[in-house]
Design a protein around this ligand. Sequence first.
Ligand code: SAH
Ligand code: ZN
Length: 693
Amino acid sequence: MKTFCGRANPTTGSMEWLEEGEDYDYHQEIARSRYADMLHDKDRNVKYYQGIHAAVSRVKERGEKAIVLDIGTGTGLLSMMAASAGADFCYAIEVFKPMANAAVKIVEKNGFSDKIKVINKHSTEVTVGPDGDMQCRANILVTELFDTELIGEGALPTYEHAHKYLVQEGCEAVPHRATVYVQLVESRRMWSWKKLFPVHIEAEDGEKILVPPSEMENCPGLPSVCDIQLNQMPSSDFSTLSDVVKMFSVDFSKPVQGASTCYRVQLEPVKSGKAQIVLSWWDIDMDPSGMINCSMAPYWVKPTSALQWRDHWMQCVYFLPREEPVLQGEKWYLTACRDEYSVWYNLQKARADEEEQKADVCVESPVCRCRAHLLWNRPRFGELNDQSRTRQYIKSLRKVLKTDSVCLCISDGSLLPVLAHYLGAKQVQYFVLFFRSLHFSLAFFSHVFFKANDLEDKIKIIEARPELLKPSHLEDKKISVLVGEPFFTTSLLPWHNLYFWYARTAVSSHLASNVTVLPQSASLHMMIVEFQDLWRIRSPCGICEGFDVRAMDDMIKDSLNFRESKEAEPHPLWEYPCKSLSEPQEVLTFDFTKTVPQHCLSTEGSVKLLRKGRSHGAVLWMEYHLTADVSVSTGLMQLSNEKGNCEWNPHCKQAVYFFSSVIESEILSDPTAVEYAMNFDTKTGEIAMDFKL
Ligand code: SAH
Ligand code: ZN
């Protein structure tokens, strides 16, 4: 069997369907899975074990046999905990076949084959009865089906079904309940992930202000969750307007309703300000008494000593439909609406006459009407709102634009054509080139955006692929200034934005002989780092709470090594602190004033390690040299030299290449240098790399 995988080709900018072997999907899923991170989550594991112990004991004390249903068993960990705690029998359900196979191996290895039956099915397909998958209904229900938003992985419908068909009435559930907490905040930084702020431009003829269209101002945005490592958000970046409030709870030992519903709480702001954001997280009580509690509360809510790092559960940022000015001591209602898989929020002023009555406040799930939220993801909004970045582009554009410039911009959903227009002469035409997957939304939004700023006849939108650009598109003029951020929505790794170079190559015949290309070049930079925590997601676990899970480790290793050369993976490093062990080093350069060469660009060398620490991997990022003296970095912004603390661009993902010492969990004697070899294949637009410690 073959599978087809959609992937953007960085040399053509378009989606391509690649034929992959049947193992491909499964290796990708395992390699990028969160299983390793869960097995390293000591706090979670210990508390599940305590909760399972307590539940088995309660059932035994009643003189009953303890029959466990473990939905989503993964490695089989929770079933093995139950069997060790004295459970009589466990049904371990796992829908993902490679995981179910691994669970069988791990259960056998740990000597529990007679107590645990692994069933490779979705829980809703499981049958009960003498000839069924389960002999009888279970009296203990154990699950770990939660995501950062609690319900996003389908926990509610799974529980609803399990209570109807798979467990006894009055069963014990581990966890026993989950509670969702919220806190209202004002934060320019987080609000900038949803709104486009006006852009101020000092033009020749006075200040110009670029405004977002009204459609965008009132757009509720997208329903998809924004989950982040909130513990990396400094307290100076937001201001809390309310106490932490319990929003809703789900009792897993009773029948659970998946159907859409709303919850409303009354809030009194503790401070006046602009309510923009609802921060949210949850905790789970493993037992009815609430003594065994596992919480995702961020650092300002719980003592830092109790913080467990984890990546499989973080915190959520919800954007209110619009900003509401609130005064300290006023009464407001905060409503959480949810369907089976997602949650959204609404804030309303309480009126005296509706004090008691629960108003019908359920609102529709947010749907983007302006299309900007489809074009720009949250980090991209943040990037477009980054004033110091915009200033760099303004500064460089001012240098290269002349009154008679013919300018062509190549970048997805970019403000550059508008900046270029304001910074150049009035009669000059600017061209924007559109293509690729979001083409229709891009074209639509750009029309609306240019219109809102009275630019519809100043900036021409060309809807064509670069290789199909015709002289008529350009009114038979040659391009004198070619600009790009560059930014493309389909880029996954930093160097995928080199698509700009390919597009530049495709439009070569339309460029004037003295064309200025901005950026004039790009460079790939690299640094060796020690991660504070991120290494856990790719590091083997070995023994987890006394259970041998090495079969899982081996499976992850196999999947990571599935391709001959390992791949770098994208991570937003502002969320994942690391310490630099080497100086940042420029490893490759790309000259945009010339076309993409036929041959590959390769380099090799050695990086000296300056500090003691564990070399977990290399971080790679791009820098764009807009003009000779103006550069923007999509990676390292600042490096403190004594300790090696790094500050990363908060709007971009950097590429992380984990060394095999992390994946193999080898202890190396401190290396003094790392050797590297890199090859940019100009045919595929991909970079292959290899490191030796
Ligand atoms: N219980 C393990 C793994 C948790 S990850 C542990 O705690 O370490 C959740 C697992 O549940 C995944 O492997 C996923 O494939 C599986 N899963 C999710 N919903 C399921 C369902 N309704 N039926 C069967 N498996 C499910
Ligand atoms: Zn929108």
